[in-house]
Design a protein around this ligand. Structure first.
Ligand code: FAD
Length: 362
């Protein structure tokens, strides 16, 4: 049944599980696939009138939906389009939010443009790339994002925010921190280079290139390398329910590190403590010592492969919770998230933060 003032494009009780790579959860009470700014505006007015919560959906690769679904309006942002402005050294690539991110990486790499080749095979759409400043294998979106064009839900205006205004940090920006839920990203402007230097620092990347005697990789060779490495490591969303990493890595101070080392020494075999010391040598920077959360979940807490019902800590990548048989309920996922966070807190004293958005959970 159509509601009063309901834009015709709005559909009701739309199942969300098929729109996410994790594959759980119930329907959206209302759903609008927004191709134009006018669609977005109409959707927001409708939600406002009916006092509905709004959830913005992209490609659904970093969300987990509750069993009851979402009681408000899910607004999926789907506009398409690419614009390029080139000069002698660089290219400004402006990409609409509904473009598939990996298609854009392919587009750039085919033209030998540098800047996003290591971000190959990250699922999802362009609109979400700035949200958590996606990153992989030594590159992150913030390295190349020049500006982001948004619809500001506060005043309804279209604005272009500079990279500085976006306040990018590790898996962070204003979009998932201080201005969470305020902006709808419509277009992202990237600055790519004609000349570049491959990021080959990660051990997996280095050994892949060495085995093939590639000393000066091109963007295309980097894309091939990263695709092959990721295919070995990450679950394929086509066959297994996955939302990628569930937990963020942690940055800690020297004092926290000493405390952690003491705790690890008291509960783990000496080789785990040795590995932790090597982590400090490898991952110390100005922001602190980066502790790979997968190391804590797997080596310190022994949770790799742990299951609650249909939800499982991935046996190959401890940072991920997966839905291997596509039968996990949202409740089981939530219970497993809590279990992992609790065990890590009890054994290490550290809080680990969730990466995907939980939709419709209380
Ligand atoms: C197998 C796998 C591997 C992954 N590997 C990586 C990786 O290496 N590095 C990494 O950083 N991430 C990784 N991810 C996570 C995910 O791919 C990224 O977070 C991606 O950018 C999400 O895009 P999406 O379009 O699917 O967003 P969605 O999952 O639809 O949404 C994610 C968040 O962004 C918000 N959002 C989406 N679009 C918009 C918009 N236009 N305006 C405002 N808000 C919006 C949503 O509300 C939500 O909070 C991986 C995921 C999977 C499944």
């Amino acid at each position: 049944m159509m509601h009063k003032n309901q834009p015709t494009k709005i559909r009701e009780n739309v199942p969300l599980a098929p729109l996410t790579t994790f594959g759980t959860g119930g329907p959206a009470r209302f759903f609008l696939s927004a191709e134009t700014i006018k669609d977005v505006q109409e959707g927001l007015i409708f939600a406002d009138r009916k006092r509905l919560a709004v959830f913005i959906l992209g490609g659904g690769s970093n969300v987990v939906v509750s069993d009851n679904g979402f009681p408000g309006l899910v607004l999926q942002i789907v506009p398409k389009g690419i614009r390029c402005e080139a000069d002698a050294d660089s290219i400004r690539l402006s990409v609409a939010a509904g473009e598939v991110w990996d298609d854009i990486v392919a587009y750039a790499v085919e033209r030998d443009w540098w800047g996003i080749e290591n971000l190959t095979a990250i699922p999802g759409n362009c609109g979400a790339v700035a949200i958590q400043n996606v990153g992989a294998y030594g590159q992150e979106a913030a390295d190349v994002i020049e500006a982001v064009t948004v619809l500001d839900r506060k005043d309804g205006d279209i604005k272009t925010l500079s990279a500085e205004e976006c306040q990018f940090a590790y898996r962070e920006s204003i979009f998932n921190r201080s201005a969470k839920d305020r902006y709808i990203i419509w277009e992202t402007h990237f600055r790519l280079s004609r000349k570049g230097q491959a990021h080959t620092g990660y051990p997996d990347v280095r050994s892949y290139l060495q085995e093939r005697q590639i000393t000066h990789p091109t963007p295309r060779e980097m894309r091939t390398a990263i695709s092959a490495i990721r295919a070995r490591k990450f679950a394929d969303p086509a066959t297994i329910g996955t939302a990628g990493s569930f937990f963020k890595n942690i940055y800690i101070s020297e004092a926290q590190f000493l405390d952690l080392a003491k705790k690890v020494a008291s509960i783990s075999p000496p080789e785990v403590l040795d590995k932790l010391q090597r982590v400090r040598e490898r991952f110390s920077s100005e922001s602190g010592i980066k502790i790979p959360t997968a190391f804590l979940i797997d080596q310190v807490c022994g949770l790799k492969g742990h299951r609650i019902g249909g939800a499982q800590v991935s046996p190959t990548q401890a940072l991920a919770i997966i839905n291997p048989e596509k039968r996990a309920t949202g409740t089981e996922v939530q219970q497993l998230i809590k279990h992992v966070q609790t065990v890590v807190r009890e054994k290490t004293g550290l809080e680990i933060e969730l990466e995907p958005a939980l939709v419709g959970f209380s």
